[in-house]
Ligand binder design. Sequence first.
Ligand SMILES: [Fe+2]
Length: 345
Amino acid sequence: MIFMFVSSFLINVKKEWYKKLFNASKNGIAIFTASFIFHYFFPSITLYDLYNPFLLIILMISTLLYEILTMLFVFIVVTIEKRKFDVNSFISAVTSTKSAYLTVFLGIINVVLFYYTNLIGVALFTFLIYFIRPALQYRYIFDNELSTYTTFILHILKQMDPITYGHSERVKYWTILMAKKMKLPQSEIRQLSQAASWHDVGKIEIPLNIIDKPSKLTDEEYALMKSHPEVGYQLVKEMHFFKKFLPVIRCHHEKIDGTGYPMGLKGEEIPMHARIMAITDAFDAMTYDRSYRQGMPLKDAVEELLRYSGTQFDENLVKVFIEALKDKFGDNYEKYTKELLSEVS
Ligand SMILES: [Fe+2]
Protein backbone atom coordinates (compact mmCIF):
# COMPACT_ATOMS: atom_id res chain seq x y z
CA MET A 1 0.00 0.00 0.00
CA ILE A 2 2.86 2.34 0.88
CA PHE A 3 4.62 1.40 -2.33
CA MET A 4 1.46 2.18 -4.36
CA PHE A 5 0.99 5.48 -2.53
CA VAL A 6 4.57 6.66 -3.00
CA SER A 7 4.95 5.46 -6.59
CA SER A 8 1.68 7.03 -7.76
CA PHE A 9 2.84 10.26 -6.17
CA LEU A 10 6.05 10.10 -8.17
CA ILE A 11 4.37 9.30 -11.49
CA ASN A 12 3.18 12.31 -13.52
CA VAL A 13 5.38 14.78 -11.70
CA LYS A 14 3.83 17.67 -13.59
CA LYS A 15 0.31 17.12 -12.25
CA GLU A 16 -1.18 19.44 -9.63
CA TRP A 17 -0.45 18.26 -6.06
CA TYR A 18 -4.10 17.58 -5.22
CA LYS A 19 -4.51 15.37 -8.31
CA LYS A 20 -1.38 13.45 -7.33
CA LEU A 21 -2.69 13.16 -3.78
CA PHE A 22 -6.02 11.90 -5.12
CA ASN A 23 -4.33 9.31 -7.38
CA ALA A 24 -2.00 8.19 -4.61
CA SER A 25 -4.86 7.90 -2.10
CA LYS A 26 -7.24 6.07 -4.42
CA ASN A 27 -4.52 3.57 -5.34
CA GLY A 28 -3.55 3.25 -1.69
CA ILE A 29 -7.11 2.63 -0.52
CA ALA A 30 -7.87 0.24 -3.39
CA ILE A 31 -4.74 -1.84 -2.85
CA PHE A 32 -5.38 -1.90 0.90
CA THR A 33 -8.92 -3.23 0.39
CA ALA A 34 -7.79 -5.77 -2.20
CA SER A 35 -4.92 -7.08 -0.10
CA PHE A 36 -7.19 -7.17 2.96
CA ILE A 37 -9.55 -9.53 1.12
CA PHE A 38 -6.62 -11.60 -0.15
CA HIS A 39 -5.00 -12.00 3.28
CA TYR A 40 -8.33 -12.77 4.86
CA PHE A 41 -8.40 -16.01 2.84
CA PHE A 42 -4.64 -16.57 2.67
CA PRO A 43 -2.99 -15.17 5.79
CA SER A 44 0.25 -16.79 4.64
CA ILE A 45 1.18 -18.56 1.42
CA THR A 46 3.25 -21.65 1.05
CA LEU A 47 4.70 -23.08 -2.11
CA TYR A 48 1.98 -25.69 -1.95
CA ASP A 49 -0.71 -22.96 -2.29
CA LEU A 50 0.46 -22.22 -5.81
CA TYR A 51 -1.23 -25.45 -6.88
CA ASN A 52 -4.44 -24.40 -5.17
CA PRO A 53 -6.98 -23.10 -7.72
CA PHE A 54 -8.71 -21.24 -4.91
CA LEU A 55 -5.63 -19.01 -4.65
CA LEU A 56 -6.05 -18.03 -8.28
CA ILE A 57 -9.74 -17.28 -7.76
CA ILE A 58 -9.07 -15.10 -4.73
CA LEU A 59 -6.28 -13.33 -6.62
CA MET A 60 -8.65 -12.63 -9.51
CA ILE A 61 -11.39 -11.40 -7.18
CA SER A 62 -9.17 -9.15 -5.10
CA THR A 63 -7.45 -7.63 -8.12
CA LEU A 64 -10.78 -7.11 -9.84
CA LEU A 65 -11.92 -5.36 -6.69
CA TYR A 66 -8.85 -3.17 -6.92
CA GLU A 67 -9.64 -2.21 -10.54
CA ILE A 68 -13.31 -1.55 -9.80
CA LEU A 69 -12.51 0.60 -6.78
CA THR A 70 -10.00 2.80 -8.62
CA MET A 71 -12.46 3.13 -11.51
CA LEU A 72 -15.27 4.05 -9.11
CA PHE A 73 -13.22 6.71 -7.32
CA VAL A 74 -12.36 8.40 -10.62
CA PHE A 75 -15.94 8.14 -11.84
CA ILE A 76 -17.31 9.67 -8.62
CA VAL A 77 -14.90 12.59 -8.83
CA VAL A 78 -15.72 13.19 -12.53
CA THR A 79 -19.45 13.07 -11.73
CA ILE A 80 -19.05 15.58 -8.89
CA GLU A 81 -16.99 17.85 -11.13
CA LYS A 82 -19.51 17.73 -14.00
CA ARG A 83 -22.44 17.78 -11.57
CA LYS A 84 -24.26 15.17 -13.61
CA PHE A 85 -24.27 11.42 -14.15
CA ASP A 86 -22.62 10.89 -17.50
CA VAL A 87 -23.44 7.46 -18.96
CA ASN A 88 -20.71 7.71 -21.59
CA SER A 89 -17.94 8.35 -19.10
CA PHE A 90 -19.28 5.42 -17.08
CA ILE A 91 -19.08 3.16 -20.13
CA SER A 92 -15.53 4.31 -20.93
CA ALA A 93 -14.57 3.79 -17.27
CA VAL A 94 -15.84 0.21 -17.46
CA THR A 95 -13.96 -0.33 -20.75
CA SER A 96 -10.72 0.95 -19.26
CA THR A 97 -11.24 -1.34 -16.24
CA LYS A 98 -11.47 -4.24 -18.63
CA SER A 99 -8.17 -3.40 -20.32
CA ALA A 100 -6.50 -2.66 -16.98
CA TYR A 101 -7.38 -6.21 -16.00
CA LEU A 102 -4.56 -7.34 -18.27
CA THR A 103 -2.18 -6.19 -15.56
CA VAL A 104 -3.78 -8.75 -13.28
CA PHE A 105 -2.27 -11.52 -15.37
CA LEU A 106 1.12 -9.85 -15.30
CA GLY A 107 0.73 -9.61 -11.53
CA ILE A 108 -0.14 -13.29 -11.21
CA ILE A 109 2.91 -14.24 -13.28
CA ASN A 110 5.01 -12.12 -10.92
CA VAL A 111 3.54 -13.85 -7.86
CA VAL A 112 4.35 -17.27 -9.28
CA LEU A 113 7.85 -16.16 -10.27
CA PHE A 114 8.42 -14.67 -6.85
CA TYR A 115 7.64 -17.91 -5.06
CA TYR A 116 9.68 -20.04 -7.43
CA THR A 117 12.67 -17.87 -8.14
CA ASN A 118 12.45 -15.12 -5.58
CA LEU A 119 13.36 -11.61 -6.74
CA ILE A 120 15.54 -12.73 -9.65
CA GLY A 121 12.57 -14.01 -11.68
CA VAL A 122 10.52 -10.90 -10.95
CA ALA A 123 13.42 -8.66 -11.95
CA LEU A 124 13.98 -10.59 -15.19
CA PHE A 125 10.28 -10.55 -16.00
CA THR A 126 10.03 -6.81 -15.34
CA PHE A 127 13.07 -6.28 -17.56
CA LEU A 128 11.37 -8.29 -20.30
CA ILE A 129 8.11 -6.37 -19.97
CA TYR A 130 10.06 -3.16 -20.27
CA PHE A 131 11.03 -4.23 -23.77
CA ILE A 132 7.71 -5.78 -24.67
CA ARG A 133 5.75 -2.73 -23.60
CA PRO A 134 6.38 -0.69 -26.77
CA ALA A 135 4.91 -3.58 -28.73
CA LEU A 136 1.87 -3.66 -26.45
CA GLN A 137 1.48 0.08 -26.85
CA TYR A 138 1.75 -0.17 -30.61
CA ARG A 139 -2.00 -0.46 -31.08
CA TYR A 140 -2.61 2.67 -29.06
CA ILE A 141 0.05 4.60 -30.94
CA PHE A 142 -1.29 3.28 -34.23
CA ASP A 143 -4.84 4.43 -33.43
CA ASN A 144 -3.57 7.85 -32.44
CA GLU A 145 -1.55 8.10 -35.63
CA LEU A 146 -4.65 7.22 -37.58
CA SER A 147 -6.71 10.05 -36.15
CA THR A 148 -3.84 12.47 -36.81
CA TYR A 149 -3.70 11.28 -40.44
CA THR A 150 -7.45 11.49 -40.65
CA THR A 151 -7.50 15.09 -39.46
CA PHE A 152 -4.66 16.00 -41.80
CA ILE A 153 -6.09 14.44 -44.94
CA LEU A 154 -9.60 15.65 -44.09
CA HIS A 155 -8.18 19.16 -43.91
CA ILE A 156 -6.85 18.80 -47.45
CA LEU A 157 -10.14 17.29 -48.59
CA LYS A 158 -12.00 20.22 -47.03
CA GLN A 159 -10.03 22.65 -49.19
CA MET A 160 -10.34 20.58 -52.36
CA ASP A 161 -13.94 19.45 -52.12
CA PRO A 162 -15.85 21.36 -49.44
CA ILE A 163 -19.17 19.81 -50.52
CA THR A 164 -18.12 16.21 -49.92
CA TYR A 165 -16.30 17.25 -46.77
CA GLY A 166 -19.38 18.94 -45.29
CA HIS A 167 -21.56 16.00 -46.29
CA SER A 168 -19.18 13.53 -44.64
CA GLU A 169 -19.08 15.54 -41.42
CA ARG A 170 -22.89 15.56 -41.18
CA VAL A 171 -23.08 11.87 -42.03
CA LYS A 172 -20.60 11.36 -39.18
CA TYR A 173 -22.99 13.21 -36.85
CA TRP A 174 -25.96 11.02 -37.78
CA THR A 175 -23.86 7.88 -37.68
CA ILE A 176 -22.60 8.55 -34.15
CA LEU A 177 -26.16 9.32 -33.04
CA MET A 178 -27.32 6.00 -34.46
CA ALA A 179 -24.35 3.95 -33.22
CA LYS A 180 -24.90 5.23 -29.69
CA LYS A 181 -28.54 4.24 -29.89
CA MET A 182 -27.42 0.75 -30.96
CA LYS A 183 -25.25 0.70 -27.82
CA LEU A 184 -22.21 -0.34 -29.85
CA PRO A 185 -18.91 -0.47 -27.99
CA GLN A 186 -16.95 2.77 -27.84
CA SER A 187 -14.24 1.45 -30.17
CA GLU A 188 -16.80 0.53 -32.82
CA ILE A 189 -18.50 3.93 -32.58
CA ARG A 190 -15.10 5.52 -33.17
CA GLN A 191 -14.45 3.25 -36.12
CA LEU A 192 -17.86 4.08 -37.63
CA SER A 193 -17.38 7.80 -37.16
CA GLN A 194 -14.02 7.61 -38.95
CA ALA A 195 -15.59 5.49 -41.66
CA ALA A 196 -18.18 8.24 -42.15
CA SER A 197 -15.36 10.68 -42.86
CA TRP A 198 -14.01 8.41 -45.55
CA HIS A 199 -17.10 6.79 -47.05
CA ASP A 200 -17.10 9.05 -50.14
CA VAL A 201 -13.31 9.18 -50.57
CA GLY A 202 -13.77 7.94 -54.15
CA LYS A 203 -15.40 11.26 -55.05
CA ILE A 204 -11.99 12.93 -55.21
CA GLU A 205 -11.75 11.41 -58.67
CA ILE A 206 -15.00 13.03 -59.78
CA PRO A 207 -14.96 16.60 -61.10
CA LEU A 208 -16.48 19.13 -58.71
CA ASN A 209 -18.88 20.46 -61.34
CA ILE A 210 -20.52 17.02 -61.51
CA ILE A 211 -20.70 16.61 -57.73
CA ASP A 212 -22.53 19.94 -57.35
CA LYS A 213 -24.32 20.04 -60.66
CA PRO A 214 -27.65 21.89 -60.28
CA SER A 215 -29.35 20.19 -63.21
CA LYS A 216 -29.94 16.53 -63.90
CA LEU A 217 -26.82 14.49 -64.58
CA THR A 218 -26.34 13.04 -68.06
CA ASP A 219 -26.13 9.24 -68.31
CA GLU A 220 -22.39 9.49 -68.66
CA GLU A 221 -22.03 11.76 -65.64
CA TYR A 222 -24.32 9.54 -63.61
CA ALA A 223 -22.22 6.48 -64.47
CA LEU A 224 -19.11 8.38 -63.38
CA MET A 225 -20.81 9.42 -60.15
CA LYS A 226 -21.83 5.83 -59.46
CA SER A 227 -18.24 4.69 -59.80
CA HIS A 228 -17.13 6.44 -56.61
CA PRO A 229 -17.56 3.51 -54.15
CA GLU A 230 -15.42 1.20 -56.31
CA VAL A 231 -12.94 3.97 -57.17
CA GLY A 232 -12.56 4.79 -53.46
CA TYR A 233 -12.11 1.13 -52.62
CA GLN A 234 -9.42 0.62 -55.27
CA LEU A 235 -7.70 3.83 -54.18
CA VAL A 236 -7.19 2.90 -50.53
CA LYS A 237 -7.49 -0.88 -50.39
CA GLU A 238 -3.74 -1.46 -50.07
CA MET A 239 -3.36 1.03 -47.24
CA HIS A 240 -3.35 -0.53 -43.82
CA PHE A 241 -4.98 2.56 -42.29
CA PHE A 242 -8.12 2.11 -44.35
CA LYS A 243 -8.61 -1.62 -43.93
CA LYS A 244 -11.34 -1.18 -41.32
CA PHE A 245 -13.32 1.22 -43.50
CA LEU A 246 -13.22 -0.72 -46.77
CA PRO A 247 -16.68 -2.32 -46.38
CA VAL A 248 -18.24 1.10 -45.83
CA ILE A 249 -16.31 2.79 -48.66
CA ARG A 250 -17.25 0.07 -51.13
CA CYS A 251 -20.77 -0.94 -50.06
CA HIS A 252 -22.59 2.15 -48.79
CA HIS A 253 -24.67 2.35 -52.00
CA GLU A 254 -25.74 -1.28 -51.95
CA LYS A 255 -29.46 -1.86 -51.45
CA ILE A 256 -31.14 -4.56 -49.39
CA ASP A 257 -33.06 -5.91 -52.42
CA GLY A 258 -29.84 -6.25 -54.43
CA THR A 259 -30.45 -3.38 -56.84
CA GLY A 260 -27.65 -1.22 -55.47
CA TYR A 261 -24.11 -0.75 -56.70
CA PRO A 262 -21.24 -1.59 -57.28
CA MET A 263 -21.75 -5.31 -56.57
CA GLY A 264 -25.51 -5.71 -56.20
CA LEU A 265 -25.19 -7.36 -52.78
CA LYS A 266 -28.39 -8.41 -51.02
CA GLY A 267 -29.60 -8.19 -47.40
CA GLU A 268 -27.05 -9.36 -44.89
CA GLU A 269 -24.41 -9.81 -47.57
CA ILE A 270 -24.00 -6.07 -47.19
CA PRO A 271 -21.68 -5.43 -44.23
CA MET A 272 -23.52 -3.97 -41.24
CA HIS A 273 -21.46 -0.77 -41.13
CA ALA A 274 -22.29 -0.14 -44.78
CA ARG A 275 -26.01 -0.70 -44.08
CA ILE A 276 -25.81 1.90 -41.30
CA MET A 277 -23.99 4.36 -43.54
CA ALA A 278 -26.54 3.86 -46.34
CA ILE A 279 -29.19 5.28 -44.01
CA THR A 280 -27.25 8.18 -42.53
CA ASP A 281 -25.79 9.04 -45.95
CA ALA A 282 -29.22 9.14 -47.60
CA PHE A 283 -30.70 11.09 -44.69
CA ASP A 284 -28.14 13.87 -45.08
CA ALA A 285 -28.43 13.88 -48.87
CA MET A 286 -32.21 14.34 -48.54
CA THR A 287 -32.28 16.96 -45.81
CA TYR A 288 -29.34 19.20 -46.59
CA ASP A 289 -29.82 22.43 -48.56
CA ARG A 290 -27.74 22.66 -51.71
CA SER A 291 -26.94 25.90 -53.51
CA TYR A 292 -29.57 25.02 -56.11
CA ARG A 293 -32.27 23.27 -54.10
CA GLN A 294 -33.86 23.18 -50.68
CA GLY A 295 -33.38 20.05 -48.62
CA MET A 296 -36.49 18.12 -47.59
CA PRO A 297 -38.11 18.75 -44.22
CA LEU A 298 -36.86 16.18 -41.74
CA LYS A 299 -40.22 14.49 -41.40
CA ASP A 300 -40.39 13.86 -45.14
CA ALA A 301 -36.91 12.35 -45.05
CA VAL A 302 -38.02 10.05 -42.22
CA GLU A 303 -41.00 9.00 -44.32
CA GLU A 304 -38.73 8.31 -47.29
CA LEU A 305 -36.58 6.07 -45.10
CA LEU A 306 -39.71 4.23 -43.99
CA ARG A 307 -41.00 3.95 -47.56
CA TYR A 308 -37.80 2.32 -48.77
CA SER A 309 -37.10 0.28 -45.67
CA GLY A 310 -36.86 -3.39 -46.57
CA THR A 311 -36.06 -2.59 -50.21
CA GLN A 312 -33.30 0.00 -50.13
CA PHE A 313 -32.53 0.18 -46.41
CA ASP A 314 -32.24 -2.38 -43.64
CA GLU A 315 -35.65 -2.38 -41.96
CA ASN A 316 -34.38 -2.86 -38.42
CA LEU A 317 -31.66 -0.27 -38.76
CA VAL A 318 -34.16 2.29 -40.05
CA LYS A 319 -36.21 1.67 -36.91
CA VAL A 320 -33.16 2.22 -34.73
CA PHE A 321 -32.29 5.42 -36.59
CA ILE A 322 -35.80 6.80 -36.14
CA GLU A 323 -35.68 5.88 -32.45
CA ALA A 324 -32.37 7.74 -32.19
CA LEU A 325 -33.96 10.78 -33.88
CA LYS A 326 -36.85 10.61 -31.43
CA ASP A 327 -34.45 10.55 -28.49
CA LYS A 328 -32.72 13.56 -29.92
CA PHE A 329 -35.59 15.71 -31.20
CA GLY A 330 -38.71 14.42 -29.46
CA ASP A 331 -41.21 11.66 -29.95
CA ASN A 332 -43.35 13.10 -32.70
CA TYR A 333 -41.32 13.12 -35.89
CA GLU A 334 -44.23 14.69 -37.77
CA LYS A 335 -43.18 17.95 -36.14
CA TYR A 336 -39.53 17.84 -37.17
CA THR A 337 -38.53 21.02 -38.95
CA LYS A 338 -35.34 22.13 -40.62
CA GLU A 339 -34.48 24.36 -37.61
CA LEU A 340 -33.47 21.23 -35.74
CA LEU A 341 -30.52 20.91 -38.09
CA SER A 342 -28.62 23.96 -36.86
CA GLU A 343 -26.50 21.82 -34.54
CA VAL A 344 -25.77 19.30 -37.28
CA SER A 345 -24.53 21.95 -39.72
FE1 LIG B 1 -21.45 7.85 -51.57
